[in-house]
Design a protein around this ligand. Sequence first.
Ligand SMILES: *Cc1c(COP(=O)(O)O)cnc(C)c1O
Length: 418
Amino acid sequence: MHQPPLPSLTAADPEIARLVEGEAHRQFGKIRLIASENYVSRAVLEATGTVLTNKYSEGYPGRRYYEGQQFVDPVEALAVDRAKALFGVEHANVQPYSGSPANLAVYLAFLNPGDTVMGMALPMGGHLTHGWAVSATGKWFRSAQYGVRKETGRVDLDEVREIALRERPKVIFCGGTAIPRTIDFPAFAAIAAEVDAVLVADIAHIAGLIAGGAHPSPVGHAQVITTTTHKTLRGPRGAMILSDAAHAKAVDKAVFPGLQGGPHNHTTAAIAVALGEASAPGFRTYAHNVVANAQALAAALAQRGFDLVSGGTDNHLVLVDLAGKAIGGKPAAQALDRAGIEANYNTVPYDPRKPFDPSGLRLGTAAITTRGLGPDQMPQVAAWIEAAVAAAGDDAALGRIAAEVAELMAGHPMPGWA
Ligand SMILES: *Cc1c(COP(=O)(O)O)cnc(C)c1O
């Protein structure tokens, strides 16, 4: 049953309640390897489902356009203070609705339409909002994109510098969605300084690792840091923009009134709760275990003959390149899903296949670490992955793997289900 229980929802709208229960049970029985997903705590779930959703609070604590902020103001102030303390930054804005609007606020703050932005190309591991052509950020701004070296699968900082010197971007984004290696924030900062650009570190994927000391911090290198709160950081769906004092005012003005209306106060409360959890000592253990699990999974997959982009991982993410196998990323991901293992297909750098049927599988270990799986169990997970990919199309064989997976996961409690 979903935790906390849903008696009123079940009575009022059994159709929706059934679907929510189904999703909770699905999350319980699967090995969830989608690199951007996690399990939030029951405390975060409770904060998300509160009457704070009823309140309008345009503005910032102490400077609102609506009355009745006696409780909402301290909630947001707590979230801001916890974010500043956890990441060691001078300023935090906790209002962006999600990662994409947080990045749009950065454009509004530091660029005019037509100005040049530089970011990692989407098929190389970047995010849509870093200037990719189909995104508003690629349509309304001039975009210069960098990638990774074909031989190493890693960012070539000499190339980044060359492009920056040639294109003179006003903003440079580092970070992305499919980068299995440590981001060299000092090197990006030196390049940004040379061309007088604002360096924005988008740490959406790795915020939890940074908070837990398992990845170097961009603080002191990037003037502006954007992040989602729901990936490795293990909070509700939402986002934050962190910055130094010099960029604080521009960030705040861009989020409100530049881009958004009222903040989602129930989400703000849940962000505060998640930030509190992330400052507790156990979170450091979690963050280091996420990396240990990813490295153990990568090693076990490599041993079974899977090609990994960059040969392995430094963080929570493993990008498997199936180009040498007889199967594409999409049918592989579909077979895995039937086998109780959830992942997403993904482009790999220099992918010979089309974006909707690419060569890659992206795997992440944040969610299974939250469930309490450890490095000793990663060889078994890799064995199931190999067996499921080989059994694509054989529903009986995939069903047998799914039963074994469900049996393993039944021994690992999930916040949100009991
Ligand atoms: C997930 C992600 C985003 C976007 O977040 P949404 O909440 O999905 O809008 C932005 N940047 C990076 C690097 C991400 O991984």
